[in-house]
Write a protein that binds this ligand. Structure first.
Ligand SMILES: *Cc1c(COP(=O)(O)O)cnc(C)c1O
Length: 489
């Protein structure tokens, strides 16, 4: 075994470039490649399969010896950059994906340069995150003592909110004693259309999946508020402790928004924590025309939403806002002697962001959000939301007008679900919709996803894309009809 050298003869080299001018030239070339990639976003296929050569290159053994930045950059350009998800393309319509902006490249470069840790302490990056949270607090009409956290997305934001709700409403000191789901279990409510991250949060914080009651929906796929009242009464009669209701500001399937004002009323009457899953739909608050549909969101105890979806900030960035900052802090703050704040110096600025969540070390996600909001302005981002809603309405009209297409469910916002169903089409209609979606994706013409609406498979078009134009709807419908024709006898 070689002995560790600890004397003055030890050779000490950092990981910085040995030749800065050469590294600088490489970095400039990579920046140009990144900008080319976005400037040409609409000129490539939406998606293409990753070829075997790239798959093989990405299954190499651990690089024990340096390959150098030039080699790493070359591999990146050859095997990674050409095979993206495709959500930078105007006809990416799958799931709910944001588009990103060129400005995000600038912000991410600077965040990497500063390499800040936003767990806490007193430095400007902390002020940037506080600034973004303060802006969002005002957009959603939350009180001044509200708190918030920038997270990887709405899934994490939901977990934080459910943990805060659990702490606030538990009949005992749940942080000390843990969850005790015995004869009087804590139960929460959300609609049958709610996103799976809510069930995950109940699971992960120890309440259990059964503690999340699924309330049926009405014809418009929003929560049946009468059914919610009945379920709460039933649960109370059976000895359970209802503690939370989770409303949707736009569901992932169809964009249905629950009657948030009615949910706020029930939460107030029943002493429930009222959380809103606004992953993308809450961003409608930036539009004067759409904001009224969110009435009641300002009464929520917590809101989870994403910057990386309808606000077009690069992945990943979401946010939780909590009305009662003290309740938020009391659900997460932990005293550890190596983390105690000091009255001045770098160690100041208590409470720290780490006192409001699970993570201690946290990256500078806030910078790309701050940069995008300053660059584009909230009003303009709201106008892009309106563009997408108008495009979805146009697509719904195209679908309704075509005899071979059938709409599945309402399209109140930016999502349209439909199927290819000409008269006399033989075979498994559900399977055909999924085939058409795979055909579209592999053709590179468009990338929808699939879902089921009331048990029927749908081609699902979600538009959270600032590059999409009305004309893309015509291209999409033509492509669906072309692919669909293959399945006619
Ligand atoms: C995307 C989405 C989520 C989950 O958000 P992530 O940012 O992907 O974690 C939750 N709810 C709804 C309605 C969504 O669309």
């Amino acid at each position: 075994m070689r002995e560790l050298k600890t004397g003055a003869d030890r050779v000490e080299t950092s990981l910085d470039p040995t030749d800065w001018p050469e590294f600088r030239a490489l970095a400039h070339r990579m920046l140009d490649s990144a900008l080319d990639h976005l400037e040409g976003a609409a000129d490539r296929p939406v998606w293409r399969p990753t070829p075997q050569s790239a798959r093989d290159a990405l299954r190499a053994p651990p690089p024990m010896e340096p390959e150098g930045a030039a080699r790493a950059a070359e591999d990146l350009l050859a095997h990674v950059l050409p095979y993206p998800t495709g959500n930078t393309h105007p006809r990416f319509f799958g799931w709910v994906h944001g588009t990103g902006t060129p400005g995000g490249i600038v912000a991410d470069i600077m965040a990497a340069a500063m390499n800040a840790n936003l767990g806490g302490r007193d430095h400007a990056p902390i002020l940037v995150e506080k600034q973004v949270i303060e802006w969002m607090r005002r957009i959603f009409g939350f009180p001044e003592n509200a708190s918030g956290l920038i997270l990887s997305g709405t899934s994490m934001a939901t977990l934080i909110a459910v943990i805060a709700a659990r702490k606030a409403k538990a009949p005992h000191d749940v942080r000390r004693a843990g969850v005790r789901q015995g004869a009087n279990p804590m139960v929460g409510y959300t609609s049958s259309e709610a996103h799976s991250c809510i069930a995950k949060a109940f699971d992960q914080c120890g309440l259990g999946l059964d503690a999340l009651r699924r309330v049926p929906v009405r014809a418009d796929l929003t929560m049946d508020v009468g059914a919610l009242r009945a379920m709460i009464a039933e649960d109370r009669a059976a000895g359970a402790l209802p503690f939370a209701v989770i409303g949707a500001a736009a569901t992932v399937n169809t964009g249905a928004t629950d009657d948030l004002d009615a949910l706020a009323d029930i939460a107030a009457e029943e002493n429930l924590w009222f959380h809103v899953d606004g992953a993308f739909g809450a961003v409608a608050a930036l539009s004067d025309e759409l904001r009224p549909r969110l009435r009641g969101i300002e009464r929520a105890d917590s809101i989870a939403f994403d910057f990386h979806k309808w606000m077009h900030v690069q992945y990943d960035a979401g946010c939780v806002l909590i009305r009662d900052g003290e309740a938020h802090l009391s659900a997460f703050a932990h005293g550890a002697e190596y983390l105690t704040g000091l009255p001045r110096g770098l160690g100041g600025g208590k409470p720290w962001f780490s006192d409001y969540g699970i993570e201690l070390s946290r990256g500078f996600r806030a910078l790309k959000v701050w940069f995008a909001l300053k660059e584009h302005g909230l009003r303009r981002i709201g106008e892009k939301v309106e563009d997408n809603v108008a495009q979805a309405a146009y697509l719904a009209r195209l679908v309704d007008a075509h005899q071979d297409l059938e709409r599945l469910g309402p399209a109140p916002l930016n999502i349209v679900c439909f199927r290819y169903a000409p008269d006399g089409l033989a075979g498994d209609l559900d399977a055909i919709q999924r085939e058409i979606v795979m055909d579209l994706q592999e053709s590179g013409a468009a990338a929808p996803s699939t879902t089921t609406i009331r048990g029927r498979a749908a081609i699902r078009i979600n538009i959270t894309n600032h590059r999409t134009k009305m004309a893309d709807m015509d291209v999409l419908v033509a492509a669906v009809l072309e692919m669909g024709a293959r399945y006619r006898a």
